[in-house]
Design a protein around this ligand. Structure first.
Ligand code: ATP
Length: 458
């Protein structure tokens, strides 16, 4: 088995090669926020495309949606977020660092999660108090645990001074927009229950202690699918989706089986029928990548109650009316991004040198082909390489590079995970062929220019 890279190795290559930058870096950074650089933006786009392809394009009964980040504030009351979307926070009395109490308990070998009451968490914390130290100063002097609401508030459309009394919320998850449009989609498309709505978009949470790089951000992106099903088929559909989602990571993204596992929630919220997470072996251990949940009829029933609008479905054959139950799959773009970097980061020895290489599958690679003239100062080579670059760039995402020696250019492309490099040399001018070098093996082949597009695609 390949060694899992350290988080420092991932952070270093992601910064050095333009995948991830700290947000507002010239001002000293902004906790919980990161920006995707040129190759990161491409990788994130390819991650979204892979998910969309498998969820919307390849599924006959799932349609896409792009709902707004803002909604009426009542939505978050109905969903339970205003009242209960909180994490237990504990403050160090010595250095004032705030931490997630459940995470500190877990690190000390105990169990707690955000679904427990504050009293329950305080009790568990007391049991482990001796073993828990502040992650910043190492002291063991903590405040009482309190719940902190994670919704991020804003003043959109509110022009008063004390807007914070009547805030609107930046969405804490994308799926509420799906529930709000359930009836619209039903009324304007050909879908019939069971059907799903898929959406990709930004979500915002005032995470108390955003840590572990892009694993836990305050502004992040979710890819969520909500399947609306007949009540008595919920668990059957749930099992189908558990299987599909695990298969997706192994077959579509190419993750190895040893790096991915199921984890069953120990505590279920009162309305849920089942909740399992797909965990990935991140550099800091197995952690949640995706949640697959059977949510009963809670979501639509709540919105029906709070809006006063019926969200019942009438079966066209039997005429029976019911509130559909929901099976949800929910994963972050950013966590997938970190899992992809972890999975495909590798080092090996090639031509006597140790190199770092990102062995992305072709469909995830930010750049598919790099085109080089052998020498920068030979106009005939540069012109021919430009011609080949122009030929290829309409077919696949390419990069032109004439900087430095060929070995250095290969290393750079290895580090951004480019599967193929095409070099134009003096022979090209004679035999109308180029050298194609494959990333993983370093193997080089001579390919006629007329067959280049076809060969690279194959
Ligand atoms: P955790 O327990 O790690 O906080 P969660 O159970 O709150 O996660 P969900 O609300 O189920 O997460 O969100 C679904 C998915 O959205 C997660 O599996 C994860 O991939 C992603 N996600 C949630 N919170 C964040 C965050 N702060 N930063 C990045 N991705 C996130």
């Amino acid at each position: 088995m390949k060694k899992t890279p350290t988080i420092d190795e991932i952070v270093a290559i992601a910064k050095r090669r333009g995948f991830v930058y700290p947000n507002s870096e010239i001002y000293g950074g902004f906790i919980g926020l990161y920006d995707y650089g040129p190759y990161g933006a491409e990788l994130a786009k390819n991650i979204r495309s892979a998910w969309w392809r498998s969820m919307v394009q390849l599924e006959d009964n799932i349609v896409g949606l792009d709902s707004s980040i803002f909604t009426r504030p009542e939505v978050w009351v109905a969903s339970g977020h205003v009242g209960g979307f909180s994490d237990p926070v504990v403050e160090c009395r010595e250095c004032n660092t705030r931490s997630r109490a459940d995470h500190l308990i877990e690190e000390a070998g105990g169990f707690a999660d955000e679904k427990m009451t504050v009293e329950e968490i305080n009790q568990v914390f007391d049991t482990y108090r001796e073993k828990i130290a502040c992650p910043k100063c190492g002291k063991k002097n903590f405040s009482e645990i309190k719940n902190f609401n994670l919704l991020v508030k804003a003043n959109l459309g509110n022009f008063t001074e004390d807007w914070s009394k009547e805030p609107v919320y930046l969405r804490g998850e994308t799926c509420q927009g799906i529930y709000l449009n359930f009836k619209n989609v039903l009324d304007t498309t050909r879908v019939k229950v069971p059907f799903g709505i898929a959406q990709i978009g930004k979500a915002f949470r005032n995470e108390i202690a955003p840590r572990q790089y892009i694993f836990r951000k305050r502004e992040f992106e979710q890819m969520e699918m909500q399947m609306f099903v007949e009540p008595d088929r919920e668990m059957e559909v749930y099992e189908v989706w558990r299987e599909k989602r695990m298969k997706y990571y192994i077959e579509s993204l190419g993750f190895s089986k040893e790096n991915i596992q199921w984890h069953q929630h120990e505590n279920l919220v009162f309305y849920a029928k089942a909740a399992w997470d797909i965990e990935y072996r991140f550099p800091f251990g197995f952690k949640e990548l995706e949640g697959v949940h059977a949510r009963g009829d809670y979501d639509l029933t709540q919105h029906q109650k709070h809006s006063g609008v019926s969200l019942k479905y009438r079966d066209p054959t039997s005429g029976v009316e019911y509130v559909p139950h929901i099976v949800e799959t929910s994963v972050g773009v950013d966590r997938t991004f970190l899992a992809v970097l972890t999975e495909f980061y590798d080092t090996d020895e090639l031509g006597g040198d140790i190199r770092t290489v990102l062995r992305f599958p072709y469909h995830l690679a930010p750049i598919k082909v790099a085109v080089f003239p052998l020498l920068k100062n030979k106009p005939e080579l540069v012109a021919k390489a430009r011609e080949i670059f122009d030929l290829l760039k309409v077919e696949m995402h390419c990069e032109f590079d004439d900087n430095g020696n060929i070995g250095k250019r290969y290393r750079r492309q290895d580090e951004i995970g480019t599967p193929y490099c095409v070099t134009v040399d003096f022979e090209t001018l004679e035999d109308v062929a180029v050298t194609v070098r494959e990333r993983d093996s370093g193997e080089q082949k001579r390919i006629p220019i007329s067959e280049l597009v076809h060969t690279l695609r194959a």
